[in-house]
Design a protein around this ligand. Structure first.
Ligand SMILES: [Zn+2]
Length: 431
């Protein structure tokens, strides 16, 4: 973990406030420069947070660059290897038993590139800028490009990746706390299981992390940092003295789901599911989809069922209560029945519908005609097609993002939002 900078956090916040107070008394160009300086200090101060390692890309088909002076360290002990003024765009490659980078071969399976000014986003991977360091790790014939950075910078990149920054600031703050808590939980849990190359993936497999992609303007950067990250710095959710795995999703459609149903984990009060009347503005609150008879047959083929059930009669939900996320479906045909997990079934159906959507260019529409969640009812039509009606988008567990947006628009604070979606949880500042 990086050493905290020798600065006083309270003094830095004082700088930000003082800059704001003085803003009306000085010319705008000077005002901007001073304000930027104070803001840059505030961003740098976040280095006190723990370090996380986020997988950005795998393989040898990606370009990396460092815009400015940086140090190279190699091996797991981070031995200093050298320094360079900058790294022009190049593709890291396998070389002997080590790694080659920009024409130089290193006899090490791990390189850590550490920019002198990590807070400016000097690292670029496939053209996207990232704060922090770049770790290039070789494992066998695979290369892993990993962004190593402090948790707060990471949270800014997740808030930008998960929500439109035009949403109410209290919703962005709730997202920041949920993202930080999830990262903290997963990192602690995974590291306890043994050595790893990275802690988190940068996709919805964990959380969508986009580096500085959503900081195209100073205004956007300020919304992310002064709006969402700095006011919630170090705050996470716990329950009964332990870290809470703060699942979240796009749209629940009226009620969030028990994590026990969705993730097959132990049921705890903060993840049991709550009513959510505020996500009606989501385009995924209610939806319909249809698989043609041919697509239905192909989906059955993909599931390894084929025609052995005979003519399909009905698709029964399990659990049978209306409106719940399904754990499985029972496919009933004239020659037999078969139970499959709801997620597998949905994936098989969506794969077939997506092919048609691609052919007919329906993918250009905002609301693709897919089965968006496991909260659905399916009927077999006389012509053999399957009709789906459902609600929500995503797994449905934990915080509903559209619902959080609705609560914020109705005047709730981020603490209110988190208390609603994770009932009984404790909001704690850990640094
Ligand atoms: Zn909702």
């Amino acid at each position: 973990m990086r050493q905290p900078p020798p600065r006083n956090r309270a003094r830095m916040l004082g700088c930000v406030v003082a800059a704001a107070l003085a803003a009306s008394l000085i010319p705008s160009c000077v005002r901007q420069a001073r304000s930027d300086h104070a803001f840059a200090i505030a961003i740098r101060s976040l280095e006190r947070a723990p370090e996380v390692r986020v997988l950005i890309a795998k393989g040898t088909d990606h370009t990396v660059a460092i815009d400015g002076p940086f140090r190279i360290e190699s091996g797991t002990l981070r031995e200093p290897t050298g320094t360079a003024a900058k790294l022009s765009a190049c593709r890291p490659a396998l070389s002997g038993t080590g790694v080659s980078l920009g024409g130089t071969s290193y006899p090490a399976s791990r390189l850590l590139l550490r920019p002198e000014t990590p807070e400016t986003g000097a690292v670029r991977i496939d053209g996207v800028r990232y704060r922090g360091d770049l770790s290039i790790v070789r494992q066998g014939e695979n290369l892993f490009l990993v962004n190593v950075l402090n948790l707060e910078w990471y949270v800014a990149g997740v808030v930008g990746g998960e929500l439109p920054i035009e949403w109410p600031v209290e919703a962005l703050r709730a997202q920041a706390v949920a993202a930080r808590s999830y990262a903290h939980f997963m990192t602690s849990h995974r590291r306890a299981q043994g050595p790893r190359i990275y802690d988190l993936e940068s996709t919805t497999q964990d959380q969508r992390y986009v580096g500085m992609l959503k900081e195209a303007s100073e205004r956007e950067r300020r919304i992310l940092f002064q709006g969402a990250v700095l006011p919630t710095e170090g705050r996470i959710l716990g329950f009964a003295g332990e870290l809470l795995c703060t699942y979240y999703h796009s749209t629940c459609g009226g009620r969030t789901e028990d994590a026990h149903i969705v993730h097959r984990c132990k049921s705890t009060p903060p993840l049991c599911g709550v009513r959510c009347p505020t996500c009606r503005t989501s385009p995924f609150h209610r939806w319909e989809a249809q698989a043609t008879a041919r697509e239905a047959a192909s989906a059955l083929e993909a599931l390894g069922i084929g025609a052995k059930l005979g003519r399909m009669v009905r698709i029964e939900p399990k659990p049978p209560e209306e409106g719940r996320r399904l754990m499985s479906v029972r496919l009933v045909g004239t020659s037999g029945t078969q139970t499959v997990s709801a997620s597998r079934f949905r994936t098989a159906v969506n794969t077939q519908i997506s092919r048609r959507a691609a052919v007919t260019a329906q993918t250009a529409t905002a609301l693709k005609p897919l089965v968006h969640s496991n909260a659905f009812a399916a009927t077999v039509q006389p012509d053999g097609s399957w009709r789906f009606t459902g609600r929500g988008w995503g797994h449905g567990s934990g915080m509903c993002q559209y619902g959080a947006c609705g609560m914020a628009r109705d005047g709730s604070t981020f603490a209110d939002i988190l208390a609603h979606y994770y009932p009984g949880s404790d909001l704690t500042k850990i640094y």
